[in-house]
Ligand binder design. Sequence first.
Ligand code: NDP
Length: 325
Amino acid sequence: MKAKAIRMTRTGGPEVLEYVDVEVGEPGPGEARVRQHAIGLNFIDVYFRTGLYPMPLPSGLGQEGAGVVEAVGEGVTHVAPGDRVVYAGRPNGAYSALRTMPADILVRLPDAIGFETAAAMMLQGLTVQYLFNGTCQVKPGQTILFHAAAGGVGLIACQWARALGVNLIGTVGSKEKAALATAAGAAHVINYNEEDIVARVLEITDGAKLPVVYDSVGKDTFIHSLDCLQPRGLMVSFGNSSGAVPPFSLGELAARGSLYITRPSLAAYTATRAELEARAADLFAMVESGKVRIDIRQRFPLAEAAAAHTALEARRTTGSTILLP
Ligand code: NDP
């Protein structure tokens, strides 16, 4: 059966994303065919498109979608034809109206959550869930630093932190983004294009600095993030929006007082079915309670995925972005 999808035969700029007809096969053992209603756009898609994260080519792209199961292959019991589902994770190929994919990452969607919200929230929301409840356990009253606070992951993090009673200091690149992060619950906002991150953190914390920093910006912020940490603080380096963090000496951690560092990935925190379902249930509960509202601020037709990538990389998007088949 044929479907419209994005394919790429080489890595490069947004122009390598081609909108084409693809053949979608019957699901084999462990697979399901999903009719997609909405697709999530994530910064990881940029890394695969540019080649920062390697993948075999030609390939589809995209790691997140929501829709209805049309058919399942042998051995699939946790979802059935007609089920509303959502997923986040590999293999790439979510930029498609219809796809046959491994069923093990599919999660049944509560009736109260629509497809667009689901596709916008799963990857970014599960990320915030595990960053705050897995990588370390953030605690009420704690002050933390979270970079790119007006982005997709960022606006969810602001709201989740507020719900937990955590004081989130968010960094952003513009005045408009500062207003969005504040409205979403950031206790303090630093515009890192105009202000010195470390000086502002020292000021906000009366010199105490922070127990944990969440840094998805990477190259541009890495050293400043280390400088914001208390002795024995935790650096969570979870992305590379400005470029990969260059190799560094472990002595940098000792010099700042025995810092810890981790480079986590969602896959490692959803590796078993039980862990995936538990984290997804927590995310669904946060969204259904209204404590976290998924702010879809950009919608693009799937055919215009390249334009969506251009906007994301140029820092013109805020909150979450979806592609519509
Ligand atoms: P965002 O919507 O947050 O977009 C990225 C933001 O990063 C931009 O809007 C921009 O905000 C900021 N940024 C800073 N420097 C640059 C730069 N040079 N080029 C582009 N953007 C820059 O994306 P997502 O919500 O999809 O993802 C946020 C980050 O989290 C990404 O780095 C992503 O890879 C990471 N991530 C990691 C996961 C993991 O498990 N490890 C899972 C999910 C996401 P501003 O203008 O305010 O600076």
